[in-house]
Write a protein that binds this ligand. Sequence first.
Ligand code: AMP
Length: 183
Amino acid sequence: MTSPHLSPEELKALVRTVPDFPQPGIQFRDITTLIGHHQGMAASVHHLAALADAAGAQKIAGMEARGFIFGAAVAVQLGIGFVPVRKPGKLPIDTIGIDYALEYGTDRLEMDPGAVLPGQTVVMVDDLIATGGTALASAALLRKAGAVVSDALFVIDLPDLGGAERLRGAGITVNALMEFEGD
Ligand code: AMP
């Protein structure tokens, strides 16, 4: 069932690049092929869990939707709880939320205000960081709920889009399993 873990280089080879999706000029880094590969998924979770453990994670937060896939698996591996950071209108309770700017217009993220305890160390997990807008908003929301957010983990970083730098500017340590040039 188990086998030696694939390296980040081997994991990178499992990500499918789809040109011009969802619009011309975007190179879409598709993790469907990575998560469909058992050893690829297992090794991704293994590497992310080691980083989250080193960061002292008491809870893992994942951003909807692809952050749920990796984040929930990391939380299970570490034996800690998972906090979903959700798109608006999904949770059946009174939520706390944050609006954030997109290139055109705004978007919103919401969470259960009781999902973290004050002072709890929450490590964020998502599949990919591009401009960092989603991760910065998530960090602000989790902090509003009382969490200590000092680390964010990604499978993929697109460093040319500057998101990791923006996060570091907000006092968050960023780690990713791989990088792709360009956008
Ligand atoms: P951002 O808020 O700009 O950092 O965008 C991050 C989110 O958008 C991630 O959760 C990704 O799922 C998605 N995303 C942005 N750019 C790409 C891309 N080139 N390939 C795949 N997903 C992307």
